[in-house]
Design a protein around this ligand. Structure first.
Ligand code: MG
Length: 440
């Protein structure tokens, strides 16, 4: 008999002999039998779109009890798949899934060289699945295992923007009307860095060199603050406004942009600097109080720790799947709480519902929660993940089911295999007029 039937039976919804009920009650109240990891499955899917998703399903010795974890890495998915199949799976089978901390530590050390995106994706996939199993076993959502709800739901920020400031205002109003209180506004053409791009073929360029759309830092520093000045003049100071610089600035321009955005009273400015130049946050702090968020491309907890302990940033933007899962992140979250820094976990467009829920459970359980990035998924993804989180009026809600709260329909996943990855599938590269690479 599976656990759902047993629970139903215990509630009186289905007949069950009293001895079996007594045995089940005893099992749940007098200690749980030892589990083992019976099998491990690596499941990949495009979910009918351009996603390159990889999940780990850990199957236990208890019939029907399994966990799902995300190893999300859009740009090096094949490396994650190989590492899970060839290096983690043979090591993990037969181990005790209850010992999450021990398994995480041992799995991290077994690669000898540790941290970095692929290693952390592997750890995260294992770790999320183990927390999912433990939650199901306890009959509790993961946030209950982490200390219980610290809020009623997880507030999200919306993504908006436009090619003109008038279009930015219109999109902001649309978000506010749909219930969001926090809205990220991007400007101009060309994706991240928009407002700072010189159109393809224009500008004075070296002979025979780069011809594409070219990023110019000073143009960006001039273009962005007037957009937020306009939005404040028209929409007032009630909406919480955010902006993502996507690491496109070098030090002095980052300081100047933060200073010029001060009058707009931003909720935060994201990734105003790349991870290679985080020492400049000290200079930003000396000149203005524009709140700073960073961490999206971090994959090493020790990179971000000094920014927290020296109070040089206000929000950590890490992706749970890139940082090694719930186990290392709950420690960073505790550090944030102690130092007055908040969470703003990253949920970019290629993210998946498992990683989204891992972030959600951490957010739900901590008073260091600030905001989470929204992530809309097409209908097929809702069929693929029964029990996935839902957005209603700017808030994210879980299914209320134990564990992470969702499952993965393997038949639907198999219908949408990973497509051909052209050119290796890397993140697009921005360049300046003279062809220099811009940090993304
Ligand atoms: Mg970002």
């Amino acid at each position: 008999m599976n656990r759902r039937k047993l629970i139903r039976a215990a509630l009186g919804a289905a007949p069950l002999i009293p001895a079996a009920i007594a045995q089940e009650v005893s099992r749940r109240t007098n200690g749980l039998p030892r589990l083992t990891i019976k099998d491990v499955k690596v499941i990949t899917t495009s979910a009918g779109g351009n996603y390159r998703w990889v999940f780990l399903k850990i199957i236990t010795s208890e019939p029907g009890l399994h966990g799902i974890g995300s190893g999300n890495n859009q740009y090096q998915v094949k490396a994650v798949i190989a590492a899970l199949e060839e290096h983690l799976k043979p090591w993990l089978i037969g181990k005790d899934p209850d010992r999450i901390e021990d398994l995480w530590q041992a799995a991290q050390m077994k690669t000898y060289w540790r941290n970095g995106p692929v290693n952390n994706n592997v750890l995260a996939a294992m770790d999320m699945a183990l927390w999912d199993i433990k939650g199901k076993r306890a009959g509790m959502p993961v946030y209950d295992l982490l200390g219980g709800k610290a809020h009623d739901a997880v507030a999200l920020y919306d993504h908006q923007g436009g090619r003109t400031k008038e279009a930015c205002l219109e999109s902001l109003q649309k978000s506010l009307e749909s219930g969001y209180r926090h809205v990220r506004i991007q400007f101009g053409q060309g994706g991240y860095g928009g407002g700072g791009f010189i159109p393809a073929g224009e500008g004075n360029r070296p002979e025979g060199g780069y011809k594409g759309s070219a990023f110019d830092e000073e143009q960006y520093v001039d273009a962005i603050p007037p957009v937020f000045e306009y939005l404040r003049a028209k929409a007032g100071f009630k909406p919480k406004l955010l902006h993502d610089v996507h690491s496109h600035m070098s030090g002095p321009n980052a300081v100047e942009l933060a200073r010029r955005l001060q009058p707009a009273q931003m909720y935060f400015v994201e990734d105003i600097l790349p991870p290679e130049q985080i020492a400049w946050y000290k200079n930003i702090r000396q000149i203005c109080s524009t709140p700073q968020a960073i961490g999206e491309v971090f994959s090493h907890p020790y990179e971000i720790m000094p920014l927290i302990t020296e109070r040089l940033i206000d929000f950590i933007r890490c992706r749970i799947a890139a940082m090694g899962g719930i186990t290392p992140m709950r420690k960073l979250v505790a550090l944030c709480e102690l130092y007055g820094v908040k969470t703003a976990f990253q949920e970019g467009g290629e993210n998946d519902p498992v990683n989204q829920l891992a972030a959600y459970h951490l957010d739900m359980s901590t008073s260091a929660f600030g905001i989470q990035e929204e992530n809309h998924f097409p209908p097929v993804v809702h069929d693929l993940f029964p029990g996935m989180a839902e957005i209603r009026k700017g808030y994210l809600y879980d299914s209320g089911k134990p564990g992470l709260g969702l499952d993965l329909n393997e038949e639907i996943a198999a219908k949408y295999p990973l497509g051909q990855i052209r050119g290796g599938g890397g993140y697009p590269t921005d360049r300046t007029l003279d062809g220099t690479v811009v940090k993304p």
